[in-house]
Ligand binder design. Structure first.
Ligand SMILES: C[S@@+](CC[C@H](N)C(=O)[O-])C[C@H]1O[C@@H](n2cnc3c(N)ncnc32)[C@H](O)[C@@H]1O
Length: 264
């Protein structure tokens, strides 16, 4: 009940995601090689707010058939695969401690962990911002219940679950110093709207950090639609007004792409 009450407080208006099974388990061999690098032929374009944003075509394995700027959007990972996010091997595979250290957070930073899932990163960020806050944003209430339960059990007073929507973070304008999106952006059904929403929620001079498995590297054993190239990520994020700062390149399998909302 407590979790539901909290969610009601922070709920953002919007539709729930269509989720899919199973979780994006690593693929091996043939299907891990660069299929997503080439733009897909789209069979039907549809417009939003007068501009053609997305195109629809046949869905490939693990895909939605929906294309944005030449990239097919992946299916949303269901909360039923939550255990995969907390797998013990993840520490070795992804080096989360290296990632979090590279963010160079100030103690009073306000951070959004967007597409937070079980809060794998939320609870690594929270101790680093004792005078700030971590908003754990997700579109699946089941994920946020996991976050809320852990925050309560372990006494994390600066963690706030936020139910976003497919088109909005649900965060207040210019309220964040940093938005971290780990292994989630590629499955946003409305990336253009989400980037606009992230931009609005970021204070001028604040950062967006995107972490995605490297699609340029065939040795990264993840299904193609769950990887992204740096070029594709920059194409999409820069189109929303963010400036590219750098690719920190400190992770074994993922890009660590830093963008900034220009100072006004
Ligand atoms: C693969 S999980 C990654 C979770 C977490 N970032 C991690 O690294 O452990 C992706 C998460 O993104 C969420 N998600 C998908 N679309 C979203 C959106 N538009 N806004 C917020 N979260 C979204 C899904 O519900 C899912 O929990």
């Amino acid at each position: 009940m407590r979790a539901l009450a909290l969610l009601a407080l922070v709920v953002a208006v919007g539709c729930r995601a269509q989720t899919s099974e199973p979780a994006p388990v690593p693929a091996r061999a043939a299907d891990s090689v660069g299929q997503s690098l080439a733009p897909r032929a789209a069979t039907r374009a549809f417009s939003q707010e007068g501009a053609v944003a997305y195109q629809e075509g046949p869905a490939s394995a693990d895909g939605t058939g929906r294309t944005y700027l030449g990239r097919e959007i992946a299916q949303v990972m269901s909360h039923r695969g939550a255990a995969w996010l907390e797998r013990p091997d993840r520490e070795r595979e992804e080096r989360p401690a290296v990632l979090v250290r590279a963010l160079d957070l100030a103690p009073d930073d306000v951070v959004a962990d967007l597409g937070a899932g079980t809060g794998y990163f939320t609870f690594r960020l929270a101790p680093l911002v004792p005078d700030g806050r971590v908003f754990a944003v997700d579109i699946q209430p089941e994920m946020l219940r996991i976050v809320e339960d852990r925050a309560t059990t372990e006494g994390f007073a600066n963690v706030a679950p936020v139910l976003g929507s497919e088109t909005s973070t649900g965060l207040r304008p210019q309220s964040t110093d940093l938005t971290l999106v780990v292994d989630a952006y590629h499955e946003f059904s409305h990336p253009r709207e989400m980037l606009t929403s992230i931009y609005q929620a970021t204070r001028p001079g604040g950062r967006l950090v995107l972490v995605e498995y490297r699609a340029e590297d065939p040795d990264v054993p993840i299904k193609p639609l769950h990887k992204m190239t740096e070029a594709q990520a920059r194409l999409e994020v820069e189109a929303a007004g963010f400036q590219f700062v750098e690719n920190l390149g400190v992770l074994p399998q993922q890009h660590l792409l830093v963008f900034e909302r220009p100072a006004e």
